[in-house]
Design a protein around this ligand. Structure first.
Ligand code: EPU
Length: 348
């Protein structure tokens, strides 16, 4: 196992900002991961586990400890009680797994096509898009417990999944290193076409869309929003959605509707949003003076989607965070809603 020093992290993230890792190591096996943890322990280094780097903002100082890049590969398929079970290495590219599953005509992750990042990152923030989230298909997660150096199998019911959240980014943050994730998909299944954008895409189709059609549709919709990593497209130098869609109390929700009505505006509404009192962060951002294409020096807002902060070239983490704070301040002032960032902040 090669331990490197002073390794730049910006090129390993999609938003491409931030400083270096003091130490950096790539783990191709569970044993590598274990050895890396022991190395960190022997030198009293703080450990950060890096996946695909698509949901991260690294500070300009970088990471003072050890960055462990998970590179465990492998997609294995087996049949069990009428389900198609996939054991997938944490380091596999997420979209490669989705393509594989769709290619095998297995349903359950097709709406999650085109999401950047690695498989091991998906349980952490319960990745979701276009009407699906991984909580619906994850069976279990295999993880190395940092404290005991034991490999544990964590069943889905113990993962504590909710919107963009699990035990791995809340109560048990830092406790585990995810090595493998097991998904249970439906063989010969039909695609889930419930999200408004997807229904619109397929409106007028005579035939029922296949899983492959759905994958293609989602990729096209994502590309139109700058949410598909497309070489040469400056709008995808981002960390995806920069803010979570806030979930409000009934009182806060009423207050928001009241403020909107005073301006003659209507807050967008979908059944899934209504039932949870969740509101569109993109709408709040756009109605606080930050339109698509907003420029703030080297940082800015994607020209395709108000929820993505982009690095317009040579931006620092500070540039990105200044814009983030500016947006949060205005949204709070105008709408009384506190936006929480969605990406993981590293080394701040
Ligand atoms: N909505 C529904 N049903 C619909 C359409 C929209 O409930 O049929 C909800 C969405 O769930 C969202 C809001 O209405 O709460 C706005 O929808 P929009 O399509 O504009 O999505 P978004 O808020 O910009 C969210 C995710 C994206 C994901 C898309 C598509 C977050 C922070 N962002 O974006 O995820 O790809 O929905 O489902 O939840 C990411 O997390 O980085 C990310 C890109």
């Amino acid at each position: 196992m090669l331990i490197q020093e002073h390794v730049p992290l910006a090129p390993r993230t999609t938003i491409q900002v931030g400083g270096p890792a003091r130490y950096f190591v790539e783990a191709r096996t569970a044993d590598d991961a274990l050895a890396a943890v022991e190395f960190a322990r022997s030198k009293s280094l703080a450990l950060f586990v890096l996946g695909g780097g698509s949901n991260l903002v690294v500070s300009d100082k970088g990471w003072p400890g050890l960055v462990l890049k998970l590179a465990i590969s492998g997609i294995e398929q087996r049949a069990e009680k009428g389900r198609a079970i996939f054991d997938v290495g944490a380091g596999e590219e997420w979209d490669k797994f989705v393509a594989f599953a769709v290619g095998k005509n297995c349903a359950g992750v097709e709406c999650l096509s085109g999401i950047p990042g690695s498989v091991g990152g998906t349980p952490v923030q319960n990745v979701g898009a276009y009407g699906q989230e991984v909580a619906e298909t994850i069976e279990s997660v295999q993880a190395l417990e940092v404290e005991t150096l034991e490999v544990r199998e964590i069943a889905k019911t113990n993962c504590g999944f909710s919107y963009r959240s699990s035990i791995f980014n809340t109560t048990e943050r830092g406790r585990y290193i995810i090595l493998k994730t097991t998904y249970s998909l439906t063989p010969s299944g039909t695609p889930k076409i419930e999200y408004a954008d997807l229904k619109k895409y397929f409106a007028g189709w005579r035939e029922t869309p296949t899983l492959a059609d759905t994958r293609e549709a989602v990729r096209q919709i994502r590309a139109s929003k700058g949410m598909l990593i497309t070489p040469g497209d400056p709008d995808c130098k981002s960390a995806g959605s920069f803010f979570k869609n806030p979930i409000l109390s009934p009182e806060q929700h009423d207050e928001l509707l009241r403020r909107a009505a005073l301006k003659g505006l209507q807050v967008p509404s979908y059944p899934a949003l209504e039932s949870q009192k969740k509101v569109s962060a993109a709408w709040l951002v756009e109605h606080s003076g930050f339109s698509k294409g907003f420029i703030a020096g080297k940082a800015g807002i994607s020209r395709k989607h108000a929820l993505a902060i982009v690095n317009r070239g040579q931006a620092t983490a500070l540039d990105i965070l200044s814009l983030k704070e500016q947006i949060q301040g205005r949204v709070k002032e105008i709408w009384g809603v506190q936006l929480a960032p969605e990406p993981v902040m590293v080394g701040f």
